[in-house]
Design a protein around this ligand. Structure first.
Ligand code: HEC
Length: 93
């Protein structure tokens, strides 16, 4: 009898843990909430911006993420990089 409850508990826990991961991750609102603490989006468009390639953008986003306590999953970092590239950088991959 008890076995019946295991899958249900598992699903409930996955739903709780899923709020910041995978498909539910909203790069745009995450960026607004967490990434604008130290700098605004003007650093992405300034004349002397530092990031010059898609790889460098990925590396910088990972570095900046390490300053935050949120600890994003790799998939979420990818979404964030994609978002910044779409909106600001426009590098070819
Ligand atoms: C603890 C402070 C801090 C937080 C939080 C932070 N950053 Fe940064 N970020 C910096 C600093 C410092 C620089 C370097 C600015 C400079 O070179 O003048 C930087 C630079 C960048 C650059 C490169 C800009 C360029 O010149 O091309 C990107 C991209 C970036 N951050 C993305 C992010 C993202 C995405 C987040 C959220 C996950 C984030 N940052 C959160 C401090 C932070």
């Amino acid at each position: 009898m008890q076995l019946v409850f295991v899958p249900v508990t598992f699903i409930a826990l996955s739903a709780l843990a899923g709020y910041a991961t995978g498909a539910d991750f909203e790069a745009s609102s995450y960026h607004e909430q967490h990434c604008t603490r130290c700098h605004g989006s003007e650093v992405y468009t300034r004349d002397n911006r530092r990031v010059q390639s898609y790889q460098a953008l990925h590396a910088q986003v990972s570095r900046c993420d390490a300053n935050l306590a949120t600890g994003l999953f790799p998939d979420d970092i990818d979404s964030l990089v994609e978002h910044l590239n779409d909106r600001f950088y426009r590098f070819d991959k």
